[in-house]
Ligand binder design. Structure first.
Ligand code: PLP
Length: 450
């Protein structure tokens, strides 16, 4: 096994693999990986330790999720304590105190009016839950024709059939046969002719939201249940919303009785320097989906934060009746709730929301220093997110970005590829020096790849 653990970093005998074949890895080139495995065995703060003992600066917060940095002691302790006290309890017709406390804490962080929290185990489940709530909401109000769901090009909403149906990254969708039928898509907002090297929200593009009016004209508002967008497109290449765009979507949805869902799986819990993008950008949807930073990535958990109005619409039938026929075995899992509470405490105690604007400003300055580096055709940033878009190599889209990311990894910085983009999403504890290291490493890698 290449890169096998040395004595100092060896996991115990039970977890040292003899055979890599049985594990079918998600979203991975299994054969290439298994020929040259990349194994991590420890993490602390801004750094991973690889199986061969190297320190790697994590400029991706794991996978857009470890917002407070790795192995935060408060979160580790909370999970350990909870595991020792009570491992599991169902959330169907029973529960435990921490689930209610966490829901209250999250409701307090979300914009006013978004006060009801449904727990899931992932972002994908959160999205499918929100889409189901949207349809059921209209039905329970006597508007059962409202079933159409509107997504957006370049969107990522997880891998459930619902999320995939409203998503807009073609290669994610093409192998899985018919998806949900009653779906349409808004255009994306990526336009280098107008917005190249924009900082924060680009000035051009609010009018693209008006495409929703055309969709309403085609389908009729009375058939449309919900619009779902990521406030900042993430996996599609970090596309901040044009100034005024989300406001226009909000206005059109309200006018036509369409629910607006913000998928904040990436942007939630501090990524934009505020609890949610909805707070940071001043636009309030009817539902927020979240996951990732909710537990700092430490235990799988997701959720839907719904408006009181959406929740109340369900609370009208007989009191003994189940209002929403939906839920998961691990909804509100005790370990996830413990991790979630400790995560919010960590964000607050470390001042990560308060320090957001200062860190985000330093980040913007740092990443835009890459303007002029070889093959860079655009740089976009918002909050503690950024994309460095590279010229596509003829016939091999994404290849140059992939090579650059591999070189960065060899040079000790974890960056991610999204199409022709290098995408960055570091923990909120990143220092100016570490921002410099990320930028210098990318610049060197770009020079080598060019
Ligand atoms: N929605 C968005 C915006 C995401 O970025 C992701 C994951 O990256 C998901 C949903 C899916 O989350 P999960 O992988 O936890 O199912």
């Amino acid at each position: 096994l290449a890169g096998a653990p040395d004595a100092g970093f060896a996991p115990d005998a039970r977890s040292a693999p003899n055979d890599l074949a049985p594990y079918w890895m998600p979203f991975s080139a299994n054969r290439a990986f298994k020929a040259d495995p990349r194994l991590f065995v420890a993490a602390d703060g801004m750094y991973y330790t690889t199986a061969d003992g190297r320190q790697v600066l994590d400029a991706m917060a794991g996978l857009w999720c470890v917002n407070a940095g790795h192995n935060q002691p408060r979160i580790v302790r909370a999970i350990q304590d909870q595991a020792a006290r009570m491992d599991y309890v169902s959330s169907f017709q029973m529960s435990h105190p921490a689930a209610f406390v966490l829901a209250e804490r999250i409701a307090n962080l979300a914009p006013a009016g978004l006060d009801r929290v449904f727990f899931t185990n992932s972002g994908s489940e959160a999205v499918d839950t929100a889409l189901k709530i949207a349809r059921a909401y209209h039905k329970v109000r006597g508007d059962a024709n409202r079933v159409k769901l509107i997504g957006r090009a370049k969107a990522y909403h997880g891998m459930g059939f619902g999320g995939l149906s409203v998503a807009g990254i073609p290669r994610h969708r093409r192998d899985f046969g018919p998806l949900l039928g009653d779906v349409d898509h808004l255009p994306h907002t990526h336009d280098l002719a107008h917005n190249a090297f924009s900082r924060g929200q680009p000035a051009w593009g609010a009018h693209l939201a008006d495409e929703l009016e055309n969709i309403v004209q085609i389908h009729d508002a009375s058939t449309i249940a919900a619009v779902i967008v990521e406030p900042v497109t993430g996996s599609g290449g970090v596309l901040p919303p044009p100034v005024g765009y989300l406001e226009r979507l909000r206005e059109i949805c309200t006018r036509h009785g369409i629910l607006l869902i913000f998928d904040e799986v990436i942007t939630g819990f501090g990524r934009l320097g505020a609890p949610f993008a909805s707070n940071a950008l001043g636009v309030t949807p009817d539902m927020i989906t979240c996951a990732k930073g909710m537990t700092n990535g430490a235990v799988p958990m997701g959720g839907v934060i719904a408006s009181t109005a959406v929740y109340d619409a369900f609370m009208t039938g007989p009191e003994a009746a189940v209002e929403l026929m939906h839920g998961y075995t691990y909804s509100g899992h005790p370990l996830a709730c413990a991790a979630g509470l400790a995560t919010i405490e960590t964000y607050e105690q470390e001042g990560l929301f308060d320090r957001g604007p200062e860190i985000c400003a330093a980040w913007e300055e740092a990443v835009h220093q890459l303007k002029g580096a070889p093959q860079v055709r655009d740089i976009r940033n918002i909050g503690l997110l950024a994309a460095i878009e590279l010229e596509s190599r003829d016939g091999a889209p994404g290849a140059r970005a992939g090579e650059t990311v591999n070189r960065c990894f060899d040079d000790g910085v974890l960056v991610r590829v999204a199409g022709d983009n290098l995408v960055l999403s570091p923990p909120l504890i990143i220092t100016p020096d570490q921002m410099g290291q990320v930028v210098d490493t990318i610049r060197t890698a770009l020079g080598e790849v060019a």
